[in-house]
Design a protein around this ligand. Structure first.
Ligand code: LLP
Length: 436
């Protein structure tokens, strides 16, 4: 079993209270307050090992952590120590990775609308690869690289036309997508690079077919298309591409009904397609995000008010919700939870865990059986490491939670809780509105 097939962090234990990384979750809640993001270092390192083990016979595989899943300086340090490179999509992610001391040649810059200033920052920092998404960007990058007397190493982001069974918003490889060059546009962009864009050095092709993917066959089909296009480009343009990037997307287990494939199965699908065509691209990039960090993260909340409505449904509200985890309201995502301080309790009841934000859709978990809840109980929601903090907002002008890293019974803050002053620090009152 690989880590992405577990709902809980691998160090989770049921003692007097629930513990993760040897730390009592009730103590963590007391010490750091709630809501609190908790990341288990052993679980992050465990999935990194799973990936390295699954691809150990392929020295040409390079792992690039998709920072969009969770990008903080400490998380970057862990992934760097594990030998991962980084997929980045903004100046903010590039800057975080750069300031964390990463060798920038191991960084790739993705995105469908990179701005001129982001491109400049990326070139100044020495980012290793640009995944060029569209004609506009090719022209822009060529110009800016020329002005700096640099040559940018690029991959072309292509839309392979593969539809995976995942939520519509997180499908990216299908034909009708805002990302990448359509297969029918590849020849035109390759000709432009060959004839006109002399500051672009075309190294390979890139695709990403979606996120929370459970079907290994999608990867097989994707690699087949990438390899086929590489061969066609060589034949038609005489250009030897030696790199493919197959994106990320491997799913994780949020609830018992999710059955994501192991990393080994993913590796088999990828390598089977490569073997079939007996091609050995010099480098194959993989960009996992969710599967690296989701399982390692949990969120702790404190129970507050509750209410039973006439149809019998019981709402129990916690002190966080859609601003720290927008996924249930955005994608109808489902989560699992436990009450950290009531492991032995027997009398279960069905409740709907509601958030504290002023919106009816702010429900974290619809109908879950939990021990009878009282104000002050500590709820642990599992699998919140990916796309929670990274998509968090200050809706209702609420401070973003802190994040702690746990390992071997130690806990360290890796993101400080926002303060009320943080909330107003970027505000400005024009002189004419100032209170006299
Ligand atoms: N590479 C590219 C080009 C991507 O667009 C993405 C994710 C990844 C890699 C990483 O995919 P992962 O391994 O994390 O599935 N906010 C959504 C997920 C959006 C994913 C966007 N792209 C969610 O919460 O489900």
């Amino acid at each position: 079993m690989s880590v992405n097939q577990s709902i809980k962090p691998i160090t989770t234990e049921e003692k007097a209270n629930l513990t993760i990384g040897g730390c009592d979750l009730v103590d963590l809640a007391k010490r750091y307050g709630t809501p609190l993001y908790v990341i288990d270092e052993a679980t992050v390192r465990g999935i990194c090992r799973d990936y390295k083990e699954a691809f150990k016979d392929y020295s040409n595989i390079k792992m690039m952590y998709a920072s969009k899943a969770l990008c903080t300086s400490a998380i970057t340090r862990i992934l760097d120590e594990e030998g991962f490179g980084f997929d980045t999509v903004s100046a903010g992610e590039i800057y975080t990775v750069f300031k964390s001391g990463v060798d920038m040649s191991k960084v790739l810059f993705n995105g469908n609308n990179k701005t001129a200033s982001e491109i400049e920052l990326a070139l100044n920092c020495g980012v290793g690869r640009f995944s060029v998404d569209n004609f506009y960007e090719a022209e822009l990058l060529n110009r800016i690289a020329g002005e700096k007397g640099k040559k940018a190493d690029i991959l072309l982001r292509i839309t392979p036309g593969i539809e995976c069974h995942t939520h519509d918003y997180i499908q990216t490889g299908q034909i009708d997508s805002k990302f990448g060059f359509d297969l029918s546009q590849i020849d035109e962009i390759v000709s432009l690079i060959q004839d006109k864009y002399t500051n672009l050095n075309l190294r390979g092709l890139h695709a990403h077919i979606g996120s929370q993917i459970f079907e290994p066959q999608c990867y097989y089909d994707e690699v087949e298309i990438l390899v086929r296009e590489m061969a066609r480009i060589k034949e038609k343009f005489g250009i030897n591409l030696d790199e493919i990037n197959i994106g990320g997307g491997l799913g994780v287990k949020y609830t018992d009904s999710d059955n994501p494939p192991s990393v080994t199965i993913l590796a088999e699908a990828v390598t089977k397609a490569l073997d079939k065509y007996s091609v050995e691209p010099h480098t194959i990039y993989l960009e996992p995000g969710r599967s690296i960090i989701s399982t390692a993260g949990v969120t702790l909340y404190t129970v507050g008010s509750s209410k039973v409505v006439p149809n019998g449904r019981k709402y129990v509200a916690v002190d966080g919700g859609m601003a720290d985890n927008p996924r249930p309201s955005m994608y109808q995502a489902e989560y699992t939870a436990q009450v950290a301080n009531k492991l032995q309790a027997k009398n279960l009841e069905k409740v709907t865990l509601a958030g504290r934000y002023c919106e009816s859709g702010d429900i974290l978990i619809n109908e879950i059986e939990l021990p009878k809840l009282e104000a002050g109980d500590i709820i642990c929601v599992f699998n919140t490491g990916a796309y929670n903090y990274s998509m968090a907002s200050n809706y209702n002008r609420v401070e973003k939670p802190a994040m702690v890293l746990v390992n071997n019974s130690l806990s360290d803050i890796i993101v400080y809780r926002e303060t009320l002053d943080n909330l107003i620090e970027h505000d400005n009152i024009p002189d004419r509105l100032k209170k006299q």
